[in-house]
Design a protein around this ligand. Structure first.
Ligand SMILES: [Zn+2]
Length: 803
């Protein structure tokens, strides 16, 4: 209590200091920085029905949940034990768990600006007190080692830092600490966390650098954190250290972008979050040092992303095996990884690219990711989270309340309340309007005070009314972003395009009169000698647009995606016939209508169209029926239970997937020795390309091995059966699953006993095909398959059919 009291007394002094610092940073601050400066989130008050309620829910629900989880899972306890307040072993699962606390403090700091909350402030002060105690006298901060240096996590090296290039995450944790310290200081004026961060950074600077340790961080983020510490302290050594951590990357793998010097990199590769945190750091260092080599490299990397590896939802990172980028144009939908953290870091990166170069294309990407893939990461109730954000589902996906590796929820905590900071930016007399949101902003532009109101119902309606209220009449330029989607450009490359040209032009009026604007880097330059009450009205027409992917994207051939304004849509099971959407076929020349439904998913505009549903009959024919498609914004999917969902919808027969035929297997009830949603794979009649096809759902027993497992089909009625086919999953010598050691089929007799069938052919274990077994006919209501797992592996399967 004593400590709290002293802190409280210090606030008023620090607050005054902080405001001066925060104010002068944008004006002069460090000698070099981004040519365009953001308008701080503290200057923009959102009054809309879309973002403001999300920021409030993040404050009221997400941050408290994250804090509670950090207490339950031992993340907080780790700091208390390291600080010798209590005794015990390292409590949580991973050595990077410290970072979740830092990210929550960062989020809470932002959030306290819009939602003053003395209780939350106290909880944050308590955490900072624990962090301070856990810091070793020389500044080292890493609870896993401090708690017990003899019994550390297997990822941690015996010596400090030595395993950081691999997995210890010592520097990663500190990157998040510095980011949190920056936000906490700016938001509250308290130096408590900043002092801890400075002490830590001084140690890192003491240990790393030319002639000292030359390891590169295994998981980037400290580069951005150090840039922020430099901005706030003006200590050049932090900037140099940030640059050093970038420049020493080489001789490693693509996974963490250490395959070659960063300034020579030109392709987007490896782990998506590591990559985009690093590019953000490169943008920071480029801005702060004026060194263009970093900028040139990230320009090329950005082109590569937008040309070959960007999902239409704005998600990035197609593969789960490396949580990152795959081959060019490899953009599978159901197995799309698109980690929530990667959406957040992609927003951070594109934000910096804009500040560096002033081109609206970066905001087009930012907006697409923000409104679609990023928002999908959290439920409408703000208490369930997605780690991957796929573009298609058979019903195997649902959000979780928390994860063992909790990077995504804690990243949501810090991102959502920072959103107002992305709306405006400024450079001299130019005021950039980047996002459209009902709000009031207080901006100081070249020494002139301006209040700017936006009245809009975006993203549901593209009309935006700006009211300018300069303190004194004067000249300046409104630079209003005209989104690519409003100018017939789905993305700034040929990866996706709209199927038809729009016939509705963008219009702009100034005080009621049409204004012919010039487009400058994608911004409508609206010059004026503005006086209070002047009005600028922008109208961005929002027809429903069909998007077609580049033909090199195999997964999207014969399909279209729907977009209206910045929102990408999906068809989801509750709104469509019999709960199915994967079997829908749009007309080649579809017409669309829209309707705002205030009761649906907190109020969304739906898209409707005529559609054909297809299904296989028992005798291998396709049966079709006409019906209505109802599509919802992608961000709002998976809020009504698990079921089918698809962003890409077939509009060519070759791409449509008729519903499975009502076979014995399809109408059976499935049970198994290991319960899993993936059991739905066994009778979905979706054939994989081979036994290691991750784009098709499969069932497996991993991490079990050497055990006897079973799967059972209870038929809808008694059937006479005499053969069965099974397609094995096998992900090779480096995977966890191989074909089984052996297997057999049993049937249930009239007494309910399981009797092995008398097989006529062998029980095959061939890969890449269906293995058929024929047996003497039996009349039964249930079949069971027994599978003996290999000695050192699990097994799995895609399909099990019965005839
Ligand atoms: Zn994550």
């Amino acid at each position: 209590m004593q400590i709290m009291h002293k802190t409280a007394v210090l606030i008023s002094f620090c607050m005054a200091f902080c405001l001066i610092t925060a104010f002068s940073y944008a004006q002069s601050g460090t000698s070099k920085d981004y040519p365009i400066q953001p308008v701080s989130f503290t200057k923009v008050k959102l009054t809309d029905n879309f973002w403001a309620p999300r920021i409030k829910l993040n404050h009221d629900v997400t941050i408290p949940i994250a804090l509670q989880q950090c207490y339950i899972t031992g993340r907080v306890e780790n700091f208390k034990i390291a600080g010798k307040l209590t005794k015990g072993k390292f409590q949580s699962e991973y050595p990077f768990d410290d970072s979740d606390i830092y990210k929550i403090i960062e989020g809470a700091s932002y959030s306290l600006q819009t939602n003053p909350d003395p209780y939350l402030e106290k909880r944050i002060d308590t955490l900072i007190y624990y962090i301070g105690l856990a810091q070793e006298p020389d500044g080292y901060l890493y609870t896993n080692r401090t708690i017990d240096s003899l019994h550390m996590h297997p990822w941690v090296g015996k010596k400090r830092w030595e395993n950081d290039p691999v997995l210890s995450h010592e520097l990663y944790n500190l990157g998040h600490l510095y980011e949190a310290a920056y936000a906490h200081f700016l938001a509250t004026g308290k130096r408590t966390l900043l002092n801890i961060a400075i002490k830590s950074a001084n140690l890192v600077d003491h240990d790393f650098g030319p002639g000292k340790l030359s390891y590169y961080p295994g998981h980037q983020v400290i580069e951005m954190g150090l840039a922020k510490l430099y901005r706030i302290t003006n200590e050049e050594k932090y900037l140099k250290l940030s640059k050093f951590f970038l420049d020493c990357r080489r001789g490693g793998s693509e996974y963490n972008q250490a395959n070659k010097p960063v300034i020579e990199q030109d392709k987007i590769v490896g782990h998506a979050v590591r990559a985009t945190y690093m590019y953000s750091g490169m943008a920071d260092v480029s801005a702060l040092t004026g060194e263009v080599a970093y900028k040139n490299a990230i320009d090329k990397i950005w082109e590569d992303l937008l040309k070959t590896k960007y999902y239409i939802t704005g998600g990035i990172g197609s593969g789960g095996d490396n949580e990152g980028f795959g081959a060019p144009y490899y953009l599978p939908n159901m197995s799309a990884y698109n980690e929530t953290c990667a959406s957040i870091s992609n927003v951070m990166w594109n934000f910096r690219m804009f500040l560096l170069e002033g081109d609206s294309k970066f905001y087009d990407v930012l907006e697409r990711t923000l409104y679609n893939s990023l928002l999908s990461g959290i439920s409408l109730s703000a208490d369930h989270f997605f780690y991957p954000n796929p573009l298609e589902s058979q019903g195997q996906h649902s959000r979780s309340t928390w994860f063992g590796c909790a990077c995504c929820p804690s990243n949501i905590c810090r991102f959502i309340p920072s959103m107002p900071g992305y709306v405006y930016a400024q450079k001299g007399d130019d005021l950039f309007v980047n996002l459209f949101v009902n709000s009031t902003a207080n901006i100081v532009l070249n020494g002139k005070k301006v209040v700017l109101d936006q009245k809009t119902d975006y993203p549901w309606n593209g009309k935006v009314e700006f009211t300018l209220k300069p303190e004194k009449a004067g000249k300046f330029n409104l630079m209003i972003r005209i989104p690519g989607w409003a100018q017939d450009q789905a993305v700034p490359t040929d990866l996706y395009h709209f199927s038809k040209k729009s016939t509705n032009p963008v219009t702009l009026t100034v005080n009621g009169k049409a204004y012919q604007y010039i487009l400058k880097n994608g911004y409508a330059q609206v010059e004026g000698n503005w006086k209070s009450g002047d009005k600028v009205i922008l109208d961005l027409p929002m027809p429903v647009r069909e998007i077609v992917a580049n033909e090199k994207v195999k997964a999207d051939i014969g399909k279209v995606a729907l977009q209206r304004g910045p929102l990408v849509y999906c068809a989801e099971w509750p709104d469509n016939k019999d709960g199915h959407v994967l079997n829908l076929l749009l007309n080649q020349n579809s017409s669309f209508t829209t309707e705002f439904r205030p009761q649906l998913l907190n109020g969304v505009t739906v898209i409707k169209s005529e559609v054909t549903s297809a299904s296989w009959t028992k005798d291998n024919k396709i049966q079709e029926s006409k019906g209505e498609l109802v599509a919802i914004p992608y961000f709002a999917w998976a809020n009504r239970g698990a079921g089918e969902m698809s962003v890409w919808l077939a509009n060519q027969k070759s791409a449509s997937k008729p519903l499975p035929a009502p076979t014995i297997a399809y109408t059976s009830k499935i049970s198994a020795s290991t319960k899993s949603k993936a059991l739905m794979a066994l009778n979905d009649q979706v054939e994989p390309e081979n036994s290691n096809d991750h784009n098709v759902i499969y069932y497996h027993w991993w991490p079990k091995k050497n055990s006897l497992e079973w799967i059972q089909y209870d038929f809808a009625k008694a059937e006479k059966v005499s053969s069965s086919k099974v397609y094995w999953f096998d992900d090779g010598p480096f995977g966890g699953c191989r074909v089984p050691a052996s297997w057999r089929i049993l049937y249930k007799d009239a007494n309910g006993s399981w009797i092995p069938v008398k097989n006529i052919t062998g029980y095959g274990v061939d890969k890449d095909k269906r293995n058929e077994v024929k047996f003497e006919p039996v009349e039964t209501a249930a079949l069971k398959m027994e599978i003996q797992l290999p000695k050192d592996n699990a097994s799995g399967m895609y399909e099990w059919s019965v005839k």
